[in-house]
Write a protein that binds this ligand. Structure first.
Ligand code: NAP
Length: 289
């Protein structure tokens, strides 16, 4: 399939490179033109003039931008240039409502929309090893599956439009709890004066082992919080979870509430563009203070 990629940030650039490796990449576009030009030089693929022009020449368009409004802006522009039969795959993390709006914008033009948020971090994007949770028409997914397999090693159909994003909300809430647990426990270990390299090496292989500990444990202890996954983006995801929770009055999710407060504090201090492991900054201060 001829693939176009819109949004060449930390995740999108790697996904575009993997489509290119598999021979699918046809056009790219990014709001900041230099990023698109750099990737064009690397891949030999043309930069589209705008998202509408990209839509006119591609069979599958993958979007990977930051927030709900950004996705809708891109889909509106795609819809202006779309050819019937095109499949638009949104890998951004946004709300289920945004997925529904995007699908209806395209349906009027003969295009199909799949909400396909991903998990696995920049490492997963780089290694074409993402987990992809899909909402939309299952038959459309089956048309796109082989192409999407160039960027994702596990593609799971969840249900109708919006279900992929609902699944991602579950993932993001779980990631918040894991971040809380790992940063707090590592801070505790450091306060006890343990050799933390050894602690991470052994704990990672036992029952408390997890992706975040293995990939971010040592870097956070070294005081390095380069993204990765920007803290402000995870904060955005948790506000999506919070709005979904309004469907269940009287229910509270303590990890969600606590993490939103912690992230807001870090964002107010200017750390929003750091990796989510920057939560360690607060845990360290708490235990030592
Ligand atoms: P990023 O590095 O900050 O890249 C964001 C991309 O979105 C950039 O290409 C940016 O363009 C583009 N963008 C933002 N606003 C736009 C707008 N109004 N119009 C057009 N383009 C716009 O973010 P990322 O880490 O790749 O994350 C992208 C999405 O994937 C987010 O929804 C995030 O929650 C999700 N995600 C991230 C990870 C992760 O580990 N990083 C994992 C899974 C899912 P410019 O270059 O012009 O700024």
């Amino acid at each position: 399939m001829k693939v176009g990629v819109i949004g060449l940030g930390a995740m999108g650039a790697y996904m575009a490179m993997n489509f290119n490796k598999a021979g699918h990449l046809h056009r790219i576009w990014n709001r900041t033109a230099q990023k698109a030009e750099a990737l064009a030089e690397q891949t030999g693929v043309e930069v589209a003039e705008n998202p509408s022009a990209l839509a006119g020449t591609c069979e599958l368009i993958l979007i990977c931008v930051s927030r709900d409004t950004d996705v809708l802006e891109m889909v509106e522009q795609i819809a202006a240039g779309v050819r019937p039969g095109i499949i638009v795959v949104d890998t951004s993390t946004v709300s289920s409502e945004t997925a529904t709006k995007a699908a209806s914008l395209l349906a009027g033009k003969g295009g199909s929309f799949l909400d396909c948020p991903v998990s696995g971090g920049v490492e997963g994007a780089k290694n074409a090893a993402l987990a992809m949770m899909v909402g939309g028409d299952e038959a459309v997914l089956e048309r796109a599956r082989d192409t999407l397999a160039s960027i994702a090693s596990n593609i799971v159909y969840i249900g109708p439009t919006g279900s992929g994003q609902a699944c991602k909300a579950v993932n993001q809430l779980m990631a918040a709890g894991i971040n809380q647990a790992v940063t707090e426990a590592l801070s505790f270990g450091e306060a006890m004066g343990l050799n933390m390299d050894n602690v991470i090496d052994v704990v990672s292989t036992g029952a408390a082992g997890n992706w975040f500990l293995s990939h971010r444990g040592k870097s956070m202890l070294a005081g390095s919080y380069a993204p990765g996954f920007k803290l402000a983006l995870h904060h955005k995801d948790l506000t999506i979870c919070q709005s979904m929770l309004q469907k269940f009055p009287g229910t509270s999710l303590p990890i969600l509430e606590m993490t939103l407060v912690h992230y807001q504090r870090l964002m107010d201090q200017g750390f929003g563009d750091e990796d989510i492991s920057a939560l360690y900054r607060l845990k360290k201060i708490q235990l030592q203070g």
